[in-house]
Structure formats: structure tokens, C-alpha cells
Ligand binder design. Sequence first.
Ligand SMILES: [Zn+2]
Length: 387
Amino acid sequence: MILTKTVILKIVNPDNDLVETMQKYSDGMNYASSVVFQNGKTIGSYKLQKIVYGYLREVIGLKSQMSCNIPRQVSGCYKTLKEQIKERKVIWKEITFSPYSMTLSYKRDFSISQDLVAITTINNGRKPYKIQSYDNAQQYFDGTWKFTASKVVRHKDSNHSFHLSIEKEVPEKELEYSSNYMGIDLGMNYLAVASTTEKNCRFFAGGHIKDIRNQYMSMRKRLQSKGTLSARKMIKHLSDKEKRLMRHVNHMISKQIIKFAIENKVFLIGLEDLKGIRENKVRKVRKDKRYHQSSWTYRQLQDFITYKAKEAGIKVHFVDPAHTSQECNRCNHISNTNRNRLKFICKKCGYENNADLNASMNIERRTRDFGYISLSQGCLSATQTNA
Ligand SMILES: [Zn+2]
């Protein structure tokens, strides 16, 4: 099983050379992109390189390695576009690249140590830049991780960061089959509620997070009504702050959830499938408006849970999210009047429970149903690879 991660490192001393390199690099990407676009269909990377190489080298003035990277990346982007067209998500269009992001190949365009990243620049060849060394980043430089294509990102405030992509092959954990499943409901009152087949449950509260986020929201609303440039800047600043806060919180919560799952020897974790469905359906499923507004943080939390589960050798399954909060866990009666804020009271059988816990129990049951069916068909085994 291959684990992949992106480690974000701050570049301490970015300079004009770097800015210019990113500018020229995006010029090159946009040139190659226009060639493919005008061609009306995708061009393989080798053929595209033959077409654009001279222009990239002589007119734009890029180094040879970058002039090889660009056609490969651009060709890849159009291949992805073609797949999206097949799925009828988009139409044929010209892809544009911004000078705010540059993808580099490891060794060919950059090398890195804990404190320095050396990047090939337009004017001064391979040039070292200091990176802020974070304690939690040190573990990725222990020699066990492989570095892969990574990105330099320039932020609107002129700060630069290096998004180091890394991977590591880890042995597949052979979990013994256990009949304990776990369902996780993500919500507003509690960030997550987990329950298992053996009726263990845990509430993961976000503490004062809800209040902070509400504060952010009301501040944003006030600023939005002003509509001035400085108000817009302030809004951006606030949402960046909120994003960082939630990222941290989601890391903590997902860690605790997986710890709970390991302690309970959980075989399969169930989450609601929010990814495959459109925003408006999320809204339908979740009447709570605030849930819709912050659906990105739920997706992020799900991603973190999935990733950490994989690390722990626990499988994750995504269940149909329809009515998970309106269905009675005892008699399966579905009604939107069953739920009354924090409390779930079944209109049919009178079953009472905490509303989020009831939802997580429904998710657990759906996950268990999936597990039984898959196991009986031999599609899910304890040692199946989790690719
Ligand atoms: Zn009931």
C-alpha cells in the first residue's frame, strides 16, 4: 500500500528570480496549452514536446528540463479534461495556468533537505531557498519517504510556500476480521459522533469551535454588507484563518476517531457519501443551512479520517446519506418530524435518542449491511489490498 501526503513548508526568502521563474513557467504552460487547444483534441506529451520545445527554450527562455516538463504537464491536463468531457462534466476549453503555482519534478527541478529547498530558476540555475522547519515536518525527512512532483505556490500576500509531495510504501496490515463496524455522523453540534456494532459510542466535540466559527460568520456578514475593497480583504483574511483553524481541528478529531476505532478493533468504518452527490442534494439531505455552508470542512474531515484509517489498516465505506438523520434506528420509520434539534423521537415507535447518535447508528447499520453482502460475495476480505 502506498501512502501519499503533501507537506506544506514556508519559503522564508523568496526573491524576484523565483517570481520571474514562475511567471515564465506559466507563460510556457499557457503557450503549450494554446497549441493543444487549437489542435482541437489532446496531443501526447512526446509529440507536444517536439512542437513546443524550441519556442519554450528560445522565445520564452526556459531551461531544458522545464521545457520537457511543460508539455508533459499540459498534455496530462488535457487528458484529464478529455475524461471529464466523457463524463459530460465540461466542454472542450482552453486551460489556463496562473503564475501563482509551479509544479516541479524531484531531482530534475528541485532538491530538498529539512532547511533548504533548491529550485531551478531562470536566471541563476539551481538556487537554494530557506524553508521554515516545522517540528512536525521533520519526520518526513528521515529517509523513508520518497519525494515526488511538488509545487511552489505564491500567495496573494506575496508569501511563498513549497507543497512537498511525498510517498511511502508500507506493508499491508493484515487485520483479522472482526464483526465490529463503526458509523460516523458529522454534524454541527458535535463535529463527529461515532458508534459501533457493539454499542460503544463516542462524541467528538469541537469545544469552542462552533462559537468561533459563528463569530467568523457574523463578522463576514457585516463586512459583506460594506462591500468595500478593504472589507473584501478582511473577509479573505478571516476565511483563511478559519480554514487553518478547521484544518487543525479536523486533524485532531480524525486522529481521535481512528484511535477509538483501533481500540474497538473496528473492521470497517462507514461515512456518509457526500462526495458523489451534488451540493443541492447535500442541502436536501441536510436541511441545516449551516451544514451546507461549511460542507468543505466535513469533506476535509472525511478525507483525514479515510487517510488515517488507511494508515491503520482499517477500511472505509461510504454509505448512501439519504435520511440518515430522519430514520429511526429501531423501527426504520422515516419522517422529517422525527428529529427535533438535538433529540430524536420516533413518531411511530417512540424510540428516543440523541439525534446525532441515532444518525451514526444508522450509518453503522448501513455499513454493516454492506459488509455482510460483500463478505458473502467474497468481495471484501480482511487481507484485501486497499489500493
Ligand atoms: Zn421507530
